[in-house]
Design a protein around this ligand. Structure first.
Ligand code: MEV
Length: 425
């Protein structure tokens, strides 16, 4: 039987589900029941979700949690995080508490501009192209006036347009490299609309526009967050030794890409969870962060650490393109609530909060890795997943959590204990 279909998007939701069930579900009743369990029974709310994307048949939840006790530039925050991975939120909360008694996190926005490019081919002499560009440059900006008027009122807009010759890399390839300031919005639609208008205005015989699109590489939309303390306060015992080990762990990530990718993945556990909880685009943020990690030609750590003159210092510098207005931020009720919990930050403040969440996550990972190892904490948090997989009831869960308080967790050990409880031997 062919499982291809045309006109799927035109079907009603029920028709889509029926088609899917007939063709792909092993157990039609169970499959439909699962889809239905995740549908929101508030019809208006479900409609909102349905209309975020196409062909919606249900919702896919991830847990939404809070990491309290973050002190950032002297102000306290409870940070909302949306993530499925065990231990990420616990690690954030522990780290927040740890640093709240050591002066908290300091964070600053370094820059806020974003880039979009019109990519085109030109087969004539560069001088002629440059002369044309200079003659129409003001017209290009003027053509976007209707689109930029509101943004300009809020202090944003087009900051500059450059003609870039890239023919050394690709035959006939040039760009209009446009810099934007987008205020409190992430600005993707704004930037893309401006670029398409600029491209339309710029195009003429001999110039072949290939595409116009924003860049998710935003090295000039940069934020820095930092923690520091006396080295002796770093750890209850052997603080000097552990602080140095921590610094060495960062240095390893600086020189070894295999480690750097995992190191930065841990940072993104924190970053993406807050980005998602605030309705921002976590794929854009992740792409930009990893590109920044490779900006000097080798993939390296996004954080740095030093121990100097009895002071331990640990910091992150990361590009973050975020919005606090527009997109999902004002549409998704939980994203809106996240903004409320964060005390209605503007985009710059949100950049600081998100960078801190990344730094905190990396701190927790490195401290665990260089002391007890990561598995102890991880497996403790993973215990609930194992118990759920084994379909333990509330009473069995209580007994096993107690039993494994001081013992190392593994799937087989938990299964064995559960078996003992259930069979009595
Ligand atoms: C797991 O999601 C993240 C870590 O692997 C990060 C790291 O190794 O630094 C624990």
């Amino acid at each position: 039987m062919s499982k291809m279909i045309s006109g799927f998007s035109k079907m009603s939701k029920l028709e889509k589900i029926s088609w899917l069930a007939e063709n792909y579900f092993q157990d039609v009743k169970k499959g439909k029941q699962i889809l239905d369990q995740y549908v929101n029974h508030d019809e208006q709310l479900q409609l909102l979700h349905d209309e975020f994307i196409e062909n919606t048949i249900s919702n896919f939840y991830v847990p939404y949690a809070i990491a309290p006790n973050f002190l950032i530039n002297g102000k306290s925050y409870a940070i909302p995080m949306a993530i499925e991975e065990s231990s990420v939120v616990a690690a954030a909360a522990l780290t927040a508490k740890f640093w709240s008694t050591r002066g908290g996190f300091q964070a600053e926005v370094i820059s806020t501009t974003k880039i979009g490019q019109v990519h085109f081919l030109f087969d004539g002499a560069y001088e002629a192209l440059e002369a044309y560009f200079l003659s129409v440059k003001q017209e290009l900006i003027k053509a976007t006036d209707g689109i930029t008027v509101n943004m300009r009122k809020r202090g944003g807009g087009i900051v500059g347009i450059e003609l870039r010759d890239r023919t050394n890399d690709l035959d006939q390839y040039y760009q209009l490299h446009v810099t934007f300031e987008t205020g409190d919005s992430m600005g993707a639609n704004f930037i893309n609309s401006c670029l398409e208008t600029i491209a339309g205005e710029f195009e003429k015989e001999g110039i072949s526009i290939i595409m116009s699109i924003l860049s998710n590489y935003v090295p000039e939309c940069l934020v820095r967050a930092e923690v520091s303390c006396k080295t002796e306060d770093f750890f209850p015992e052997n603080a000097e030794v552990y602080a140095k080990k921590f610094v060495q762990a960062v240095e390893i990530a600086n020189v070894e890409p295999y480690r750097a990718v995992t190191h930065n993945k841990g940072i993104m556990n924190g970053i993406d969870a807050v980005v998602l909880a605030t309705g921002n685009d976590f794929r854009a943020v992740a792409a930009g962060a990893h590109a920044y990690a490779a900006k000097d030609g080798r993939y390296t750590s996004l954080t740095q650490a030093t121990v100097e003159k009895g002071v331990f210092k640990f910091w992150i510098e990361i590009p973050l393109s975020l919005g606090t207005v527009g997109g999902l931020t004002k549409l998704h009720p939980l994203a809106k609530l996240s903004m409320e919990i964060l005390q209605f930050p503007d985009a710059r403040e949100l950049m600081k909060i998100v960078a801190v969440a990344g730094l905190a996550q990396n701190f927790a990972a490195l401290r665990a890795l260089t002391t007890t190892g990561i598995q102890e904490g991880h497996m403790k948090m993973h215990l609930m997943n194992i118990l759920n997989q084994l379909e333990a009831n509330v009473h069995e869960k209580e007994l096993i959590i107690e039993e494994f308080k001081n013992t190392s967790v593994s799937h087989s050990a938990v299964a064995e204990s559960l078996h003992k409880i259930r069979t009595g031997h």
